[in-house]
Design a protein around this ligand. Structure first.
Ligand SMILES: Nc1nc2c(ncn2[C@@H]2O[C@H](COP(=O)(O)OP(=O)(O)OP(=O)(O)O)[C@@H](O)[C@H]2O)c(=O)[nH]1
Ligand SMILES: [Mg+2]
Length: 234
């Protein structure tokens, strides 16, 4: 399968221990894929590593949001990455190795079958702390209810950070719904689903096993829960 029509959008904040390994894996499995690292002023080696690789491979690029003094945030970074992507398809994935790169093939294949969005859903989350599991499940239930009330599109994992999309389609939806995306939030897919009337868009799903982080630190915090509640009302 050809991958030169696909950009992998990698939002990063302090992923110096993971980013080099991940880009290496991507280039090995999908040599002609484009990689766009969207960094928010990491305080570690993330930018240096990404910049170095971008000088060796013309299909790897770094967008340093801090240089442009843009407002920090995961959703802001994902939106920027998708707006900057020049290929027909884009796939958003975490840069901490929790999203298995081998699923890119399945996501791409489903995009090729004219699905506008392909969501990789967490079929298994081995080793999650019980508290985190309960919080996550409860928030997903509330968020699902919000989508029902708003008549938005739904899928199995509305909070997934691993999804593929037709780039032109994203740009069109975003242009007319900018204020509904909560920039500092963590749930860009949820914000997008809100903007799509239920049943109006073909969405495919691909299962994967979500692994616990082995390097670098989680940035998830109560700030993102507050951002999520803002997402419910936007
Ligand atoms: N550009 C940018 N990237 C971010 C920001 N916050 C987190 N990220 C990246 O977004 C991805 C997901 O963040 P994580 O902290 O791993 O969140 P999580 O996967 O929900 O939490 P864990 O399961 O604990 O790892 C990682 O690649 C982070 O480096 C941000 O403010 N800006
Ligand atoms: Mg993570």
């Amino acid at each position: 399968m050809k991958y030169d029509d696909t950009t992998i959008v990698l939002p990063t904040y302090n992923e110096g221990k993971n980013i080099g390994k991940l880009i290496g894996m991507l280039l090995k499995s999908y040599p002609n894929i484009s990689v766009l690292v969207v960094d928010d002023g990491s305080k570690d080696m993330t930018r240096e590593v990404a910049r170095k690789i971008s000088k060796l491979y013309k299909n790897v690029k770094l967008f340093d949001r801090s240089e442009e003094e843009l407002e920090r945030g995961l959703t802001n970074s994902i939106v920027d990455g998708l707006l900057l992507a020049k290929t027909k398809y884009a796939i958003v994935m975490d840069a901490d190795l929790q999203h298995p790169a081998e699923k890119i093939a399945d996501i791409k294949e489903a995009l090729g079958r004219r699905n506008k969005i392909v969501v990789a859903y967490r079929a298994e989350v081995p080793g999650w702390a019980l508290f985190r599991w309960i919080v996550s499940k409860s928030l997903i239930k509330i968020a699902y209810g919000v989508l029902v009330i708003k008549n938005g599109s739904r899928c199995r994992d509305i909070f997934s950070g691993y999804f593929g999309i037709e780039t032109a389609f994203f740009k069109k939806i975003y242009q007319s719904n900018k204020s509904r995306f909560v920039g500092e939030g963590y749930k860009a897919l949820f914000d997008l689903l809100k903007c799509l009337r239920s049943g109006s868009v073909k969405i495919a799903e691909v299962p994967y096993t979500f692994h616990i982080r082995t390097a670098g630190e989680s940035k998830a915090s109560s700030k993102q829960v507050i951002a999520l509640f803002r997402s419910f009302f936007s």
